[in-house]
Ligand binder design. Structure first.
Ligand SMILES: *Cc1c(COP(=O)(O)O)cnc(C)c1O
Length: 401
């Protein structure tokens, strides 16, 4: 680590609680798919702030929208209307199954809203939410309880009541877990954090059918998959399974903290003045940034490009699987969320591979202790994808010996 980076890392570690295992770089600038650190080192960002900066860093249209709004009005209470919130609501409902939205500041907050809505809609005796093993729904107490990975619960027990986790892929077990108290089933159409795991189409259809049969609400957490990441505006569109409630966040504001819960108007009617709220939710600057972001993602041809580049990346990864069979077993994903599934030998070196990529100036991560995960900005060029694949090939070669 060279001088400026090292000095800032030391100062940071003095004052910031160590909740993150950070790489030794202090990022100071971002443009397109490139990040620059305090020593002037450049990185090809194939993580995009974990599926956040889909239009690349500091996209001019988003930055302009932020600056213009910041000159006019930065914050006002939700006791009043603002134009950016309304425009954002129109864009989200006009391009999804939903009629209404609630605005929050993060993914976990959007999921909290979804959980509260499901419970209030179902009435006092029905509070149970079944989610899936391997899921990730956030870090607040309710959303961590919904998260189907025990490692996130450790040390924080007792968990809030009413959450249970069904094994992935087994509809019979899922149905057996449904009780008179159950009000909803919650899942990600493709599990991001636990290893870029798409749910089987037949399974998702079965989950929807169980919801119908037992009068349960289906909640899709599209916080990572939504807003174009999978090559359609929302992942559910290509799966043909429509949820009752859906949450989005990460890419919604291209880097601004914002999340949303979307639903149909009959369900939304259970939220009335006083039932739920947020001081900052739908903040005018964040909402204006989100409006600018969505307008670009919804432009003619944008999502088709994401699909094509996703297939291009997949083909490159498939080739590497063929070249390095002892390290990688397959590649999977949708659009531009892709994972290279590592073998047992590969997993043992997963963290090391990510560090080697970092040292060569390419940012990726190791997700769920199973895959190297690629979440580049959706505007990534084919030349940049080639560079990612080339550096990955170098690293895999080094790890083979
Ligand atoms: C990131 C993520 C969350 C949590 O979002 P935060 O903004 O970190 O609270 C929830 N669900 C999924 C699927 C995610 O990927």
């Amino acid at each position: 680590m060279s001088e400026e980076n090292a000095a800032w890392a030391e100062r940071s570690d003095e004052v910031l609680i160590g909740t993150y295992a950070r790489y030794p770089a202090t990022m100071v600038k971002g443009e397109g798919c490139t990040l620059t650190d305090a020593d002037g080192q450049k990185y090809l960002d194939c993580l995009a702030g974990i599926a956040v900066c889909s239009l690349g860093h500091c996209h001019p249209a988003v930055t302009d929208a932020i600056c213009e709004q910041a000159k006019k009005l930065v914050h006002v209470s939700n006791l009043y209307y603002t134009m950016p919130q309304t425009e954002l609501g129109e864009l989200l409902t006009g391009n999804s199954f939903a009629d209404k939205i609630f605005l929050a500041n993060s993914g976990a907050e959007a999921n909290e809203a979804a959980i509260k809505l499901a419970r209030i809609c179902a009435g006092p005796e029905r509070y149970g939410i079944i989610s899936l093993a391997g899921s990730f729904h956030g870090r607040t107490l309710a959303t961590v309880a919904a998260t189907g990975q025990p490692k996130f619960h450790e040390g924080f027990e007792p968990m809030p009541e009413g959450f249970s986790h069904a094994p992935l892929g087994n509809l019979d077990v899922l149905e057996a877990m449904i009780t008179d108290q159950t009000c909803a089933i919650m899942c990600e159409p493709l599990q991001g954090e636990s290893g870029v795991r798409p749910l089987e189409l037949e399974y998702l259809k079965g989950v929807k059918a169980l919801c119908k049969k037992h009068d349960l609400l289906l909640i899709f957490d599209e916080i990572q998959t939504g807003i174009g990441r999978t090559g359609t505006f929302f992942a559910y569109e290509q799966l043909g399974v429509v949820p009752d409630i859906m949450t989005v966040a990460k890419a919604l504001g291209n880097g601004l903290p914002i999340g949303a819960m979307l639903t149909r108007k009959e369900l939304a009617a259970s939220f009335v003045p006083g039932t739920h709220g947020s001081t900052f939710g739908g903040n005018p600057v964040a909402a204006a940034g989100a409006v600018a972001t969505l307008k670009i993602i919804l432009e003619e041809g944008f999502l088709a490009e994401v699909q094509e580049k996703g297939e291009y990346l997949q083909a490159g990864l498939d080739k590497l699987v063929g070249q390095f069979p002892t390290l990688a077993t397959s590649a999977r994903g949708l659009g531009l969320i892709r994972g290279l599934v590592l073998s047992e030998k590969g997993v043992a070196q997963g963290a090391d591979m990510v560090k080697k990529m970092f040292d060569k100036g390419v940012l990726i991560n190791f997700a769920g202790n199973v895959v190297l995960r690629f979440l580049p900005p959706l505007i990534i060029s084919r030349e940049e994808i080639d560079r990612l694949l080339l550096v990955l090939e170098e690293v895999l070669t080094e790890c083979t010996d």
